[in-house]
Design a protein around this ligand. Structure first.
Ligand SMILES: [Zn+2]
Length: 250
């Protein structure tokens, strides 16, 4: 029902990547959809979030999310912030330091990244689609995390289920932009008629370039488009795709 990172679990960090299993939504949103935007029943989404929060042992009333716009703004959460106000603010990454709070981002093919700084317990959650990868959302989130961790960089990163290189076909302009943002072999694959992108590899390369140790970066596997049993996928399901959540608590 929920996927976890071994590295974050070893640090006893409360976190999880949801699957579509274990909720109450119907039809295209079956069953654990966490977004009302695509047209699901608000009561079902509230119940799904309550169940997910229980699974990762956080208070759903203290689980902060933002309005995601494929940008690179980072919202730092303070204990006094009003959850429903933050939900309407535009940001694609959150950081948090207070154990009474938790933060989450929603995905349906984009790459979810959860980060934890070991000395201070500061955490970050990042929504990294290709626009975010190109726009620097990973760098922006890590910079805010480092500020709140007062320079300590004992960072673990978990990269969650997302559309894989098996399925993420793009045009030449997108391929070129991504390669500029993460210039290395294996990011853009040219073994088929049109380019395919390994976006998780691009995120890993960006983390490595920022000084996160390779051994501290974990892939929590799964292709959202291939695996319709476990995941929602915007590419596969279109506008009425459900959304998954990745969340973490300080
Ligand atoms: Zn796939």
């Amino acid at each position: 029902m929920i996927l976890r990172s071994e590295l974050l679990s070893a640090r006893k960090v409360r976190h999880g990547f949801s699957t579509r299993i274990g909720g109450v939504s119907q039809g295209p949103f079956a069953t654990l959809n966490v977004a009302v935007g695509p047209g699901d029943e608000p009561a079902a989404v509230t119940e799904n979030l309550r169940r997910f929060a229980a699974m990762i042992e956080v208070d759903p009333e203290r689980l902060y999310q933002t309005s995601q716009v494929h940008g690179s703004d980072v919202r730092a959460i303070e204990p006094g912030d009003v959850r429903l106000e933050v939900l309407h603010e535009h940001a694609d990454a959150l950081v948090a330091h207070d154990p009474s709070t938790a933060i989450g981002i929603r995905v349906a093919d984009c790459v979810p990244v959860l980060l934890h700084e070991g000395k201070t317990g500061v955490v970050a959650a990042v929504h990294a689609g290709w626009r975010g990868v190109v726009g620097g959302v990973v760098q922006a989130a890590l910079a805010q995390l480092a500020i709140r961790a007062r320079g300590s960089r004992d960072i673990v990163a978990a990269i969650g289920p997302s559309i894989g290189p098996c399925c993420f076909e793009v045009g030449e302009e997108v391929a070129s932009a991504i390669l500029d943002a993460a210039p290395a072999d294996g990011v853009v694959l040219r073994d088929r008629p049109r380019p395919h992108v390994d976006l998780r590899r691009a995120v890993r390369l960006q983390l490595l370039a920022l000084g996160v140790a390779d051994a501290n970066i974990e892939d929590v596997p799964g292709c959202t488009k291939c695996d319709a049993e476990r995941f929602f996928s915007h590419r596969r399901d279109g506008a009425r795709s459900g959304r998954l959540i990745a969340a973490i608590a300080p």
